[in-house]
Design a protein around this ligand. Structure first.
Ligand code: AGP
Length: 610
């Protein structure tokens, strides 16, 4: 949520800030702005509502140059996405960009208002430059003024700060991610490494309560008391290429079609093909699976759906009890400590605030935490005891697709590894399972050939008021995921349901207008799903059934409005393959409706606030 960039160097900061914001736009895109210290020493600010292109146009009309600057792309928390609420926020002598939430801002606002401050925005952030100003007025030097100001803040923040008359850049972190880039004669700050790798690969990851003062040639990091602290310089492996969506129309479309490759790459680090065995050689860190007595999966959104699928596999194969938790609920539930449980946190970005907080909570309780993460240098990847990386490559579309299926691939292999560590996996099952997983990329290529069919179905239902998705077993979370995809990019209301739960309420929604999408592989639960579909059909629902031939049954035992023909597959491949038609359906409906597929309204790719 919100992207921050800052630079101090010998060249014009503005293009560096704008290019950096382009690479951070996935973190939020409802407004953007930059501040630079201009040649006369004053702070010049340019801000604009809406996408970054509006800021670029504004800067083209009235250029703004300087050697020190900060920039911000916003995902609104406090105050609507207007120009006055766009960052940077400014007081007399100070400009600030902020990612996070200041929880006690109302109290601070009241206090400052009482001291004569008039606020120009509705944001929580705007108190910060005024608090710093107050300290500067009391005679504090810049770093001390910032330190004194942030002692008053409650909540989460990553801050980039400019102070008029001071040829430096200040960065502070608590809760929200912030890193430093160490260049030659120039230094940088940013929310992550992506905007910095064109200039430097030398990164310093700030810890909570670190305050960094950057000049062109020096970086000094201190704690809240002003004592110097050492932080290691790490060499970033993040790719410098700005990902290109060509030849696709949208990143989401490209990412859907990249899934066979992403799954193949992910699988390479998890198995040994030569003898068809599970071998998690990509596991970084130490986790002893044989000591695990229970598994506690924690994630948000699509990653949570992956965790739900994983819970079926782990329970079935490893016979370990599994709980699956929405991260934002988990910690506040005050769950009892489970020292023998393995916590598995799943996150594409590796920065999701609630998931990260849950990780810290579990580690503080003495539990081992295994991260399943797509962004290699993310906070979750750095803080977990062990990490299994999904090798999906950068996922730019806000709607998660290839990150989800690669998470499923990791979870499949994790369930096999846990089963083996507990002596519950026969060689025969291991071989057959690995073989099945190795066939997934090719089968997925086949599924992608259904693109045209899904596009036609999208045309038929694009004006539907709502959708119902249903499935059983591992395809129940796939139904939830199908509904989430549709909601987030096409803005059509959709519900995902366990097929057997329909008659307990949602069946009341069904009429001739309602498309009911069934995720129905020919698994042992198929006949039960068929009964649920019959119930829906009897009430006039428009049935879209995703299923396969197999087991000698070539045809559906009843009439459906549309059938998406899937290749036959086993228990691991089914949820991975069956989610893809749902991704394509959501994608095509969104395109037909003309929504902003890659940057849907109100969302952000990386959710770094609670
Ligand atoms: C998925 O399409 C969503 N945009 C969202 O639910 C996402 O999966 C969720 O915010 C979790 O993100 P993470 O995987 O980066 O932690």
């Amino acid at each position: 949520m919100c992207g921050i960039i800052g630079v101090i160097g010998e060249r014009n900061a503005t293009p560096i800030l704008v290019e950096g914001l382009k690479r951070l736009e996935y973190r939020g895109y409802d407004s953007a702005g930059i501040a630079v210290i201009t040649r006369d020493g004053s702070i010049g600010i340019t801000r604009s509502k809406g996408k970054l292109v509006n800021l670029e146009n504004r800067l083209a009309e009235s250029p703004c140059t300087g050697l020190v600057g900060i920039g911000h792309t916003r995902w609104a928390t406090h105050g609507p996405p207007t120009e006055k609420n766009a960052h940077p926020h400014q007081s007399r002598r100070c400009a600030v960009v902020h990612n996070g939430i200041i929880e006690n801002y109302q109290e601070l606002r009241r206090e400052l208002t009482g001291q004569g401050v008039t606020f120009a925005s509705d944001t929580d952030t705007e108190v910060i430059p005024y608090l710093i100003d107050r300290e500067l007025d009391r005679g504090a030097e810049p770093a001390e003024a910032v330190r004194a100001a942030i002692r008053l803040l409650q909540g989460a923040y990553a801050l980039g700060i400019l102070i008029q008359g001071a040829d430096l850049l200040i960065a502070v972190r608590r809760g929200s991610p912030l890193i430093l880039g160490i260049g030659e004669g120039e230094n940088f700050i940013a929310s992550d490494a992506t905007p910095l790798v064109p200039y430097t690969r030398r990164m310093v990851y700030l810890n909570d309560d670190d305050l960094a003062v950057l000049t062109r040639t020096n970086v000094r990091i201190t704690d809240l008391r002003g004592h110097a602290v050492e932080r290691a310089v790490k060499i970033s492996q993040v790719s410098a290429d700005l990902t290109d969506k060509w030849p696709y129309r949208h990143f989401m479309q490209k990412e859907i079609h990249e899934q066979p490759t992403a799954l193949g790459e992910t699988l390479k680090g998890l198995i040994r093909a030569s003898d068809l065995s599970v071998d998690l050689h990509d596991l970084q860190g130490e986790v002893d699976f044989s000591q695990v007595k229970a598994v506690n999966i924690i994630a948000c959104g699509t990653s949570y759906h992956a965790g739900m699928v994983g819970s079926y596999w782990i329970e079935q194969l490893a016979r370990l009890p599994v709980s699956v938790n929405i991260a934002s609920e988990f910690r506040y539930r005050e769950p009892p400590s489970l020292p023998d449980a393995l916590t598995v946190v799943i996150s594409q970005s590796g920065e999701t605030a609630d998931t990260l907080a849950a990780l810290r909570f579990c580690r503080a309780q003495g539990q081992k935490v295994l991260g399943i993460v797509n962004v290699p240098e993310s906070t979750i990847a750095r803080e977990a005891d062990g990490v299994l990386h999904t090798q999906a490559g950068p996922e730019i579309g806000v709607a998660s697709t290839k990150a989800f299926t690669t998470q499923l691939m990791v979870l499949a292999c994790l369930s096999l590894a846990l089963a083996r560590a507990h002596g519950r996996l026969t060689r025969e099952v291991e071989r057959a399972s690995v073989e099945e997983l190795m066939r997934v990329p090719a089968r997925l290529e086949q599924v992608l050939l259904q693109d045209g069919v899904l596009q036609r179905i999208a045309g038929r239902f694009m004006n539907a008021r709502g959708f119902l998705f249903m499935g059983r077993g591992t395809c129940f979370p796939i139904a939830l995921e199908g509904a989430l995809k549709l909601k987030e990019i096409s803005y059509i209301h959709a519900e995902g349901y366990a097929a057997g739960e329909m008659k307990h309420g949602p069946i009341a929604l069904i009429d001739e207008q309602l498309p009911v999408v069934a995720v129905a592989p020919r698994d042992p639960l198929f006949d039960k799903v068929v009964s649920n579909l019959e119930e829906a059909r009897a009430r006039g629902g428009r049935l879209v059934v995703i299923t396969s031939g197999g087991h000698g049954e070539e045809k559906l035992p009843f009439a459906a409005d549309h059938v998406i023909a899937m290749p036959a597959c086993g228990m691991f491949a089914a949820p991975i393959l069956y989610v893809v038609p749902l991704q394509l359906l959501a994608y095509h409906i969104a395109v037909l409706k003309g929504t902003d597929v890659d940057q849907p309204r109100n969302l952000a790719k990386s959710v770094t606030v609670e």
